[in-house]
Write a protein that binds this ligand. Sequence first.
Ligand code: GCU
Length: 359
Amino acid sequence: MKQSLKLASALALSVVVLTSAACSRNPDAGTDPTSGDGSGTAAVADCTTPIKTFKLAFNQTEEHPQFQAALWFGEQLLEATDGCYGIEGFANETLGAQAAVLNNVSDGSVDMAYIGGPVMETMNPDTVVFNLPYVFDSKEAQDAVFSDEAVIGDLKHSMEGSKDITVLSLLYSGTRNVYATKAVRSPADMTGMKLRVQQSESQVAMIDNMGGIATPMAQGEVYSALQTGTLDGAENNETVYQSMKHDEVAPFYSYTKHLMIPDYLIMNTTALDGMGDEYKQALLDLVPATTKMANDGFVEYVDESIEISKTAGATFVEDVDTAAFKASVAPLIEQYVTNDVTQALYDAVQEANAAHPAS
Ligand code: GCU
């Protein structure tokens, strides 16, 4: 069996010890920026404060562009903070599945993570807007929304007081499609099919409306559930389909194109603020380039993944009745766009869709 994801749980440490570095710019110099959690500390000879290595949790492989971008982020951070702060990435759910990791970022035992949009709904239900099926008409529309601070600025800071979580950025994570042991072309084809969804109410409602039976589950459990027949299929982008070897056990990938949800790069707010103003700003300044690197890499990774899955024998089904699927989930908008915040986010998405229609 090819699945050895957790076994391959390597730890990628983006720390390079800068022997001649000094933390003279750190406004907190002389105090321990790690006080509170005690993780990842090591004395660095010429640094006037101990080095702090932020633990970043990731639920996919090390090859994933988001993980690669995080390593780059760590290297740049180390340089920008004179060796005082780095990032250590843990891939393959080594630090746990996303729902648990999200709580750990909130309690500060994990510093940073990439978390899928639906899982974020447990921390801030208003984020549901970006997880609604067919809500974005194009990648460009989504890019426009996610790069507009006037639209998403409040949301990024909305969990700081109550959950101690800061959203650093919202990232592109492709389009999600249904894959299964058979081709799916219409809602009728999904009758009686058990399909894995991410752990949130909106995702359950979505698959149920589309005609299937939703089974919420962490990503790391999907392969064996497909293999044993507990699931008939799942829904995800092409990169997960390939890299998690789901193509071996669910050989039909059908372009329902039902979702374009973000991943969130998040950080524990106390850890971020504990860096002091100057180093915190240095970290924040690196976020746009990290996000761009991950997003650009993701687009290429999709193409590579399709080729690999085809070579492995998977069939990609293009003639799907997306209009029928779209009609089946239309009621979800009224169900989830229910207050001023969700309405404003939804309106901003519609504006972006008008400016960037589907090509
Ligand atoms: C995508 C997404 C992840 C998410 C996963 C899932 O891979 O990038 O953040 O966890 O889907 O379906 O669980």
